[in-house]
Design a binder for this molecule. Structure first.
Ligand code: PLP
Length: 366
């Protein structure tokens, strides 16, 4: 980072940005890639590229972060909420088709906990109706869809996050991957405030001008240097995080009469971003969180509040019961602590492991 600062090129699309893009494109077989200030910015840029305009409908899961919905709402698009698959908490592809109307322009699935959504099925539906697909892959950088396809390589557009809470972080940052060639030319313009500055950089023109709408979706080269360092360190990050998720997997198996988790078959090649327990009852979840906090000072999290039953969701006309699986899972889910440092410190991990098992024994009287 010092080196990046010393180089003097602090704005974006410079030396370190190009290094990062080259590295991740070859390592993960991604299409044209843009480093942007956040995953939120990537989603907005994607919505601009698709050309979302007032009245257009966009199918998204309700079990996601506000940014997924805002990216289309900002342009007058209408989020249409779809229910989830309880085995992964990702959008249920079998429920998408009946939500499609003449106004549907885009589907935005997410990769919850780092487990890729069922992109092949979603792409098939989108193709049938000539709709675009943009994956909110904020959590799944480095996951695999199958043995030879990486997260980020299979949809028209893919948004990654390099926020502090994700596997790789430069504080605030993200990337937009443009796999569908029809969006590439405008992507360079939209990222550069609606100008054709790219043509000057590549020597095709000596002056640039305002040619389209756009914004400033560019990550500073200083932050790109931090990302570069993290990608070089990725094996270590994954190793540490997998120590944690492997420990939680064992607990899930041992207590499988009392709780569910991400179905094991989906965990084979994920990036160990997050892990959750799904209790049978909301009350068990509350007991678990409270006891873990009071007895061991360990914080587990409640996960997302569904968007459709939030204040904004109600404004859009949704009621709680419209998406019963989302509501039910949101009430019963606990996100367990997963952060890289925890997985590298076996003493801390042993403490957490023991604390979680003791708490389960306590709440289930075992
Ligand atoms: C973290 C996250 C975001 C937001 O990412 P930023 O980089 O902070 O904008 C969006 N969607 C999902 C699913 C996320 O997990």
């Amino acid at each position: 980072m010092k080196k990046a600062y010393g180089m003097g090129n602090h704005s974006g699309n410079k030396y370190w940005t190009e290094k990062v893009i080259k590295l991740i494109r070859t390592q993960y077989n991604l299409g044209e890639t843009f480093l942007v200030p956040s995953c939120t910015a990537a989603l907005e840029m994607g919505a601009m590229l698709v050309g979302i305009k007032p009245g257009d409908e966009v199918i998204i899961p309700s079990y996601t972060f506000s940014s997924t919905a805002n990216s289309v709402l900002l342009f007058g698009g209408i989020p249409v909420f779809c229910d989830i698959n309880p085995l992964t908490l990702n959008i249920d592809p079998n429920k998408i088709e009946k939500l499609i109307t003449k106004k549907t322009k885009l589907i935005i699935p997410i990769d919850y906990a780092g487990v890729p959504c069922e992109i092949k099925k979603i792409n098939k539906i989108a193709k049938k109706y000539s709709i675009s697909v943009m994956v909110d892959a904020a959590q799944s950088f480095g996951s695999k869809i199958n043995s030879d396809e990486w997260s980020g390589s299979q949809a028209d557009l893919v948004a990654f996050s390099f926020h502090e809470t994700k596997n790789l972080s430069c504080g605030e940052g993200g990337a937009l991957v443009v796999n569908n060639k029809k969006f590439i030319k405008r992507a360079y313009i939209v990222q550069e405030k609606g100008t054709d500055r790219r043509k000057v950089i590549t020597g095709m023109q000596n002056k640039y001008s305002w040619v389209d709408y756009g914004s400033s979706y560019i990550l500073s080269d200083i932050l790109a240097a931090i990302i570069y360092g993290q990608i070089e360190n990725q094996k270590h990050i994954i190793k540490c995080r997998s120590n944690i998720t492997n420990c939680y997997k064992k607990i899930s198996k041992k207590y499988d009469k009392f709780l569910n988790s991400i179905n094991q078959k989906y965990l084979k090649s994920y990036n160990h971003h997050a892990y959750f327990f799904l209790f049978n009852k909301e009350k068990e979840k509350i007991n678990f969180i409270n006891n873990l906090k009071n007895d061991y000072s360990i914080s587990a999290y409640i996960g997302y509040s569904p968007l459709h039953s939030s204040k904004m969701g109600k404004k859009l006309g949704y009621k709680k019961n419209d998406l019963p699986i989302t509501e039910s899972c949101a009430k019963r889910i606990v996100r367990l602590p997963v952060f890289t440092d925890l997985g590298c410190n076996l003493e801390d991990l042993n403490y957490v492991n023991g604390a979680i098992q003791n708490t389960l024994n306590k709440i289930f009287n075992l």
